[in-house]
Design a protein around this ligand. Structure first.
Ligand code: NAI
Length: 271
């Protein structure tokens, strides 16, 4: 059911790789809620071409941009304003990649070139995006920016390797930039800390399937899926959350507040 929560709002949505992507669901919901937006992804990710069907479905244009390139991001924000007919009201950062994780390199033996690449793609890109938007004055007063993160930023999950540190940086950028952008333009910046979700990035994590089941058994509401994450992000883009900023918001079915569940105790054989 749609509520017209984003009626008249314009946005930029990154990271929709295929229909499993969290960003894909967010784009579908944003469209349902009345928003117009531009879709973007790294030029290399577009070769698969799946984004075109989402663009068609949502009446959006696609602008390729490597999120590590300030030049590409400048072009993205400039062109988006031209296409959408004004400043944007919301931006989604849904970008993550760790070469160390992809290559199954243990955290203690991290390759530093890969580590730096991971930081650039998954965290610094958020700063670059915000900095470009601010310089161009491309976000309307009261606008909302959301980045997706994971709880490994607060607690250790050995298989999450260098992405844990990278997500901690991403969340910190939301707070730091949120202060400045909030003061200047009332622009809100938050991170949403999402349950394990079956996407390309998610299932690339070693042992993801078992961990997904574990998180499911811990969370009183079960794991939050991509669609419910999209619903939550829509509320954050809407005016209903206009005083929420600089927060890391858990969207995880209660996982982050649960020590242990009866289900897990039973699985361990504890009566
Ligand atoms: P996904 O693989 O569908 O999305 C990741 C996106 O990052 C892809 O569209 C990819 O093309 C894009 N990307 C990679 N390098 C890029 C670059 N240089 N420039 C621009 N875009 C680039 O996977 P998913 O799960 O939807 O990931 C979205 C976000 O959600 C990520 O930040 C991820 O860490 C986060 N997240 C995912 C969870 C999961 O279990 N799937 C849990 C918590 C957070």
């Amino acid at each position: 059911m749609a509520y017209n929560l984003l009626k008249g709002k314009r946005g930029i949505i990154t990271g929709a790789l295929n229909e499993n992507s969290i960003a894909w669901k967010i784009a579908e919901k944003a469209h349902e809620e009345g928003a117009t937006f531009v879709l973007t992804n790294a030029p290399v990710a577009m070769r698969m071409g799946e984004i075109n069907s989402l663009a068609e479905k949502t009446g959006s244009q696609v602008i390729p941009a490597d999120a590590t390139s300030v030049e590409d991001l400048t072009n993205l924000f400039t062109q988006s304003q031209e296409i959408l007919g004004g400043k944007v009201d919301f931006v989604l950062h849904s970008i993550g990649m760790s070469v160390n994780m992809r290559k199954n390199i243990p955290y203690t033996e991290s390759n530093y070139d890969y580590f730096l690449k991971g930081i650039d793609i998954s965290a610094l890109s958020f700063h670059k995006m915000l900095s470009v938007a601010r310089k161009l004055d491309a976000i309307n007063e009261g606008g909302s920016v959301v980045a997706l993160t994971y709880m490994a930023a607060q607690r250790t999950y050995p298989f999450y390797t260098d992405m844990a540190d990278i997500k901690a940086m991403l969340e910190s950028i939301a707070r730091s930039f949120g202060y400045h952008y909030g003061l200047e333009k009332k622009v809100r910046i938050n991170t949403v800390s999402q349950s394990p979700t079956k996407t390309t990035a998610g299932t690339g994590i070693k042992g993801f399937g078992d961990f997904f089941d574990y998180a499911q058994a811990i969370s009183p509401l079960g794991n939050a899926d991509a669609e419910s994450c999209a619903d939550y992000c829509i509320t954050l883009f809407s005016d209903l959350t206009r005083m929420v900023t600089m927060q890391n918001l858990f969207h995880d079915g209660g996982y982050s507040s649960t020590g242990v569940s009866n289900e897990v105790m039973t699985k361990l054989g504890v009566e």
